[in-house]
Design a protein around this ligand. Structure first.
Ligand code: 7TS
Length: 412
């Protein structure tokens, strides 16, 4: 049965539980989303009926598993409007996808004097690999600055003009910040990077599954995302790469499945995507990720985006009316993704999360793998509420009521 918006929560078994005495309010979707029963069932079906290794067997199960795995690749290509399924490489997730580019592409292309450009709002996964690549190659790492004492101004687009010089070989940036809720103009970034000949890498961890995403319209070179943030399983993700670039790239891992011919002296590589998928891949989870794409598309990604916006606007309005709360990122009324991060005057984020948990409300507290950004904002941590398609306005009321209780407790 296709999912039905009016009864969408029925698809998510995990949501129907109490935490302590309270029904669960799951507002930690920025960390990971929950899984609909369609995705869970696809994992069960695979292990009960089709489980086999792919690309090497001629028996029925292996052929079924291979067809389903390659079918999932095609499904993922369609999901982001890639020109060719060969541009979809299955990885463990965003972190691995970015590391593959940082090791393979950067290793071959960067030299002293080159510049890698990233931004001040990146998750560590889109920051540390570039630090490593710059250190190994002698290239310089530069950052597009964030504007505003609370990061409300977004990235400094005027500074981008100065920073995007012909020395920039690669520009890596997030689509949506996991801490601020900032939405970057990714197509514009790609256009401007292309004008100086820089390769573009988009971290789509927070946007995939939340908004329609079209790699050809955006015109990026690489794009990375994780399945577990888009209703899919953990341990599976995608590296999209423009085919012309992938064909010129050496693999960062070698072994079975990715070679054409091996002698005692050396080996030759298959084309992409096999070249980048050494060893037995994560077949079951890739197939279930294809089912997650079906699920999201039958609900409609535009509708999911509108739902996120409705909830985050409501949360912004209610939270900004609470005293002693400093919201970071875009101001009320400005575009933001479906999450809100805030500092609570006099209360550590870990205390906020622990107290909210006693009311059944699941939040995230900490630096959100954004330590340099936290330091820039003069913070050590924030509390974050992040929404998804199954959250409701009533759950925002539960969040606000819990925060008011915490405020009262710490004030007294
Ligand atoms: N990039 C961004 C923007 C992210 O939000 C995350 C995970 C990653 C990269 C890494 O993704 P992974 O699937 O490889 O781990 N963000 C979070 C978060 O905000 N809370 O927990 C994980």
């Amino acid at each position: 049965m296709p999912p039905d918006w009016s009864n969408v929560r029925a698809d998510f078994p995990i949501l129907h539980q109490n935490v302590g005495r309270h029904p669960l309010v799951y507002l930690d979707n920025g960390a990971t989303s929950q899984k609909p029963r369609q995705v869970i069932q696809s994992l069960v079906n695979y292990y009960e009926r089709d489980n086999s290794n792919v690309h090497r067997g001629l028996h029925a199960l292996s052929m079924r598993a291979t067809d389903a795995y390659e079918g999932a690749r095609g499904r993922l290509a369609k999901f982001i409007n890639a020109a060719d399924p060969a541009e979809i490489i299955f990885t463990r997730g965003t972190t691995e996808s970015i590391n593959v580019i940082a090791r393979s592409w950067a290793h071959a292309h960067l030299k002293p004097g080159d510049v890698v450009l990233t931004t001040e709002i990146e998750h560590h996964s889109n920051l540390v690999p570039w630090q490593q690549a710059a250190q190994a190659s002698g290239a310089t790492l530069k950052y597009v600055p964030l504007l505003g004492a609370d990061g409300e101004g977004g990235l400094d687009l005027a500074a981008l003009d100065t920073l995007l010089t012909p020395q920039v070989k690669l520009f890596a940036f997030t689509h949506m910040s996991n801490t601020l809720g900032t939405i970057n103009p990714v197509a514009e970034f790609c256009r401007r990077a292309k004008a100086v000949g820089a390769v573009t890498v988009i971290d789509a961890a927070q946007s995939i599954g939340h908004v329609p995403l079209d790699v050809r319209a955006i015109d990026c070179d690489f794009l990375a995302f994780s399945g577990h943030k888009m209703c899919g399983p953990t341990g599976i993700g995608v590296l999209y790469g423009r085919r012309a670039l992938l064909e010129k790239l050496a693999p960062d891992e070698t072994g079975g499945g990715m070679v054409v011919s091996v002698t005692y002296e050396g080996a030759t590589w298959k084309p992409a995507p096999e070249r980048f998928e050494a060893g037995t891949p994560n077949v079951a989870d890739a197939i279930a990720l294809g089912v997650a794409c079906d699920y999201l598309d039958s609900l409609g990604r535009e509708k999911i985006a509108a739902h996120d916006t409705q909830l985050v606007n409501l949360a912004m309005e209610k939270l900004s009316a609470l005293p002693g709360i400093r919201i970071i990122g875009p101001r009320v009324g400005q575009p933001r993704s479906g999450l809100v991060s805030f500092a609570f005057e006099g209360v550590h984020a870990h205390d906020v999360v622990t107290f909210a948990d006693q009311d059944g409300v699941a939040l995230r507290g900490g630096h959100h793998c954004n330590q340099p950004l936290m330091r820039k904002l003069g913070l050590t941590s924030t509390t974050r509420a992040s929404f998804y398609l199954y959250n409701t306005p009533e759950e925002i009321d539960r969040l606000v009521a819990s925060l008011q209780k915490i405020q009262k407790f710490f004030a007294g």
